[in-house]
Design a binder for this molecule. Structure first.
Ligand code: PLP
Length: 384
C-alpha cells in the first residue's frame, strides 16, 4: 500500500493482488490450522493458526493502517477485544468507564470487579468535575465509548487523553459506532482502539468479531502474545468475510449516515417524539465536539417517544423495513429497544442513571432508500 494513501483506498485495496503463487486478485483464505516447517528446527513465518494466520494478519494490518496504529489483533468478538485490553492491567488497577456504556462492557467490567481483579468507576465522562475526581483515584485505564450506546453522548477524546497522561493512565476508545472511516482516536491522543468488527467493519451482520489496535508496537505485541496464550484470536473464515466487508466500509457508512441525518431531522419535528439523540443535530450537546473529532456523524441514532411500553410495542409491530433485532452497523436497518434488549442486563439503577428509559428506541440506519425508511418510521409513529 502506497505511503499516505487515504483510508478509502486502504480499505478497498490493502493486500489486493499480492498473492505470489497464483496472482489471485482477492487475497486467498488460508484455512489451514498448521504450517510445514521448512526444515528441522527451522520455523517459517507461520506455524499454528491460533498464533498467527495470513488471512487474519491481513485484516489486522488493514484495520491498523486505517486507525494509524503500529499493529492490530483480530479477536473472536468485540467483548474478547475489550477483555484483552483489560486483562493487561495489574491486579486491582482502576478503570474509568462511561456510565452509559454498552451493557456487555458494563457486565464485563462489573464481573471483573466482583472477582476483585479491577476497580471500576462508571462516570459521566463528559463532565469535567467527575473526570477530575476520577483522576484523583490514579486510574490505570480510561475506557471511552463515543458516541455512547444507546444515548449517543459524545466525549472529547483529545481532552480526556491529555488529562489521562498527567496520571500515566492509558486511554482506550471503543470506536465501534463510527469505525475508522469517521473517527481516528489515535490521532486524537488515545493509546488503544477497540472494535466490535461485528458492526460497521464487517457490515453484513454475518460475522461476530473484534479488533484491538495500539499506537505502540511493544504494547500490541504483548497483547498478541496474551491473545495467543488464552486462545481468543478470531477464525480465518471470519477474517476472510470481514475483509470482504471492510472493502466497502467507506461508501457504506457515508450513504448510511446521510439517511440517519434525514431521519433524525424528521423525528425531531414529529409531535410523538420527545427527544432525538443524534450528534449531527445542532441541538445535540456534543455536536461541536463531534464536528471537531469526527469525519461524519454516523448512522446510529436513538429517540424517545411520548408514551409507554405499549406505545413502543405498537410502533415496533408496525414497522416493515426496520427489523427488531440486537446489533448494528449492517447494511439492513434495525431497531432496538434498549430497556428490554441490549441493556436488559444492566441493573435498573444504572440504567436510570444513564437515562435509558422504557420509551427509548435505537436505530441502526441501513442502506435502503432514505424515503422508504422515512415512510416506515412515519407509519409506525402514527400507530403509537
Ligand atoms: N462495543 C460496542 C459499542 C458494542 O455495541 C458491542 C456490541 O453490541 C460490543 C462492543 C461487543 O461486541 P461483540 O458483540 O462483537 O462481542
Amino acid at each position: 500500500m502506497r505511503e499516505g494513501a487515504e483510508g478509502r483506498t486502504i480499505a478497498a485495496n490493502n493486500g489486493i493482488a499480492t498473492d505470489a503463487p497464483f496472482h489471485s486478485v482477492t487475497p486467498p483464505l488460508y484455512a489451514s490450522t498448521t504450517y510445514a516447517f521448512p526444515a528441522f528446527n527451522e520455523k517459517g513465518p507461520y506455524d499454528y493458526s491460533r498464533t498467527r494466520n495470513p488471512t487474519r494478519d491481513l485484516l489486522a494490518d488493514t484495520i491498523a493502517k486505517l486507525e494509524g496504529g503500529a499493529g492490530g489483533i483480530i479477536l473472536s468478538s468485540g467483548m474478547a477485544a475489550i477483555d484483552l485490553v483489560v486483562s493487561q492491567l495489574t491486579p486491582n488497577a482502576t478503570v474509568v468507564a462511561p456510565y452509559d456504556c454498552y451493557a456487555g462492557t458494563y457486565r464485563l467490567l462489573s464481573k471483573r470487579q466482583e472477582r476483585q481483579q479491577i476497580q471500576v468507576l462508571f462516570i459521566d465522562q463528559s463532565d469535567p468535575t467527575t473526570v477530575a475526581a476520577a483522576l484523583d483515584k490514579r486510574p490505570a485505564l480510561f475506557l471511552i465509548e463515543t458516541p455512547s450506546n444507546p444515548l449517543m453522548r459524545i466525549v472529547d477524546i483529545q481532552q480526556i487523553s491529555e488529562k489521562a497522561k498527567t496520571v500515566d493512565a492509558l486511554v482506550a476508545v471503543d470506536n465501534t459506532f463510527l469505525s475508522p472511516a469517521l473517527q481516528k482516536p489515535l490521532s486524537l491522543g488515545a493509546d488503544i482502539v477497540i472494535h466490535s468488527t461485528t458492526k460497521y467493519i464487517n457490515g453484513h451482520s454475518d460475522v461476530v468479531g473484534g479488533a484491538v489496535v495500539a499506537r505502540d508496537k511493544a504494547r500490541i505485541e504483548a497483547m498478541a502474545d496474551w491473545a495467543n496464550t488464552v486462545g481468543t484470536t478470531g477464525s480465518p473464515m471470519d477474517a476472510y468475510l470481514t475483509l470482504r466487508g471492510i472493502r466497502t466500509l467507506f461508501p457504506r457508512i457515508e450513504a448510511q449516515q446521510e439517511s440517519a441525518l434525514e431521519l433524525a431531522r424528521f423525528l425531531s419535528r414529529h409531535q410523538m417524539v420527545k427527544a432525538v439523540h443524534y450528534p449531527g443535530l445542532g441541538t445535540h450537546p456534543g455536536h461541536d465536539i463531534a464536528r471537531r473529532q469526527q469525519r461524519g456523524f454516523g448512522a446510529m441514532l436513538s429517540f424517545e417517544i411520548h408514551g409507554d411500553m405499549s406505545s413502543v410495542r405498537r410502533l415496533v409491530d408496525r414497522l416493515e423495513i426496520f427489523t427488531l433485532a440486537e446489533s448494528l452497523g449492517g447494511i439492513e436497518s434495525l431497531i432496538a429497544h434498549p430497556a428490554t434488549m441490549t441493556h436488559a442486563n444492566m441493573p435498573m439503577a444504572a440504567r436510570t442513571k444513564a437515562g435509558i428509559t422504557d420509551a427509548l428506541l435505537r436505530l441502526s440506519v441501513g442502506l435502503e432508500a432514505t424515503a422508504d425508511l422515512r415512510s416506515d418510521v412515519e407509519a409506525a409513529l402514527a400507530a403509537t
